[in-house]
Design a protein around this ligand. Structure first.
Ligand SMILES: O=C(O)[C@H](O)COP(=O)(O)O
Length: 253
């Protein structure tokens, strides 16, 4: 039986992850720890499982690019082409962008914050011009080619899926089923979106899914039927994955 694997990875810890701030489309860089984990966790996992790639897909955001760079540098993937696509950007966090998750929970309640963070279709309030990150995001030159009518002011997992799944179905999956080895380096909500779609996870169950930084997730396909095989494989120590997943699920301090 001929099979092929596709790997999906969330970037390393960003400055906003560290400060526990809603980030979304704000272009925060990785922290030193984020850079280190990209190599110690992501690269180590890929290397240990002898993963090779023909093409890498990523978003327009630097935290994903820096993660890609660490992988390319360490695994000598300089010849592997990188495709940058806005449809892999993190979900736009609306007017929550830039605010501390704990402080927002103290103001609106934990339940409300978890609905904003993890529900399938509840949109955070739209970003308004008085938000300190509004102009930075709107004027980010990297976003200049995004169609005006597609540029979001807030997004839920559902609306993110409306942009990310067509890319997966029309560009990424045909390559995977053609035998190309694809690595996707993206963001927490993008990984949740792809997982929901691939694994057919219900709108309720996806609320419990949290994605740790820097841990490669592997999905295997049977090339003759195009069907998914087996379970998701995480290329990191199980205790590490559990600990990091719990950290992401929590609202933090
Ligand atoms: O955009 C962000 O703040 C993070 O990348 C994801 O945050 P979350 O885990 O709170 O959705």
């Amino acid at each position: 039986m001929k099979t092929n694997k596709v790997v999906i990875l969330r970037h390393g810890e960003s400055e906003f992850n560290k400060l526990n701030l809603f980030c979304g489309w704000h272009d925060a860089p990785l922290t030193d720890k984020g850079l280190e984990d990209a190599s110690k966790i992501a690269v180590a996992g890929l290397r240990q499982h002898q993963m090779q790639f023909d093409v890498i897909y990523t978003s327009l955001l630097q935290r994903a690019h820096q993660t890609v760079d660490v992988i390319r540098e360490n695994l000598k993937y300089h010849d592997v082409p990188v495709i940058y696509d806005w449809r892999l950007n993190e979900r736009h966090y609306g007017n929550l962008t830039g605010f501390n998750k704990r402080q927002v929970a103290n103001k609106y309640g934990e339940e409300k914050v978890q609905i904003w963070r993890r529900s399938f279709d509840v949109l955070p309030p739209e970003i308004t011009p008085d938000n300190p990150y509004y102009a930075k995001i709107r004027n980010n030159p990297k976003f200049k080619d995004i169609p005006k009518d597609k540029f979001p002011d807030t997004e839920s997992l559902k609306t993110l899926m409306l942009r990310a799944i067509p890319l997966w179905e029309q560009e990424i999956m045909p390559k995977v089923l053609n035998g190309q080895r694809v690595l996707v380096v993206a963001h927490g909500t993008v990984v949740r979106a792809l997982m929901k779609y691939i694994e057919n996870i219900s709108d309720d169950d996806i609320m419990k899914v949290n994605i740790p930084n820097s841990v490669p997730c592997v999905f295997e396909y049977d090339l003759s039927s195009g069907q998914r095989m087996g379970n998701i494989q995480y290329l990191a120590d199980a205790d590490y994955v559990k600990k990091e997943t719990e950290k992401v699920a929590a609202i933090g301090n």
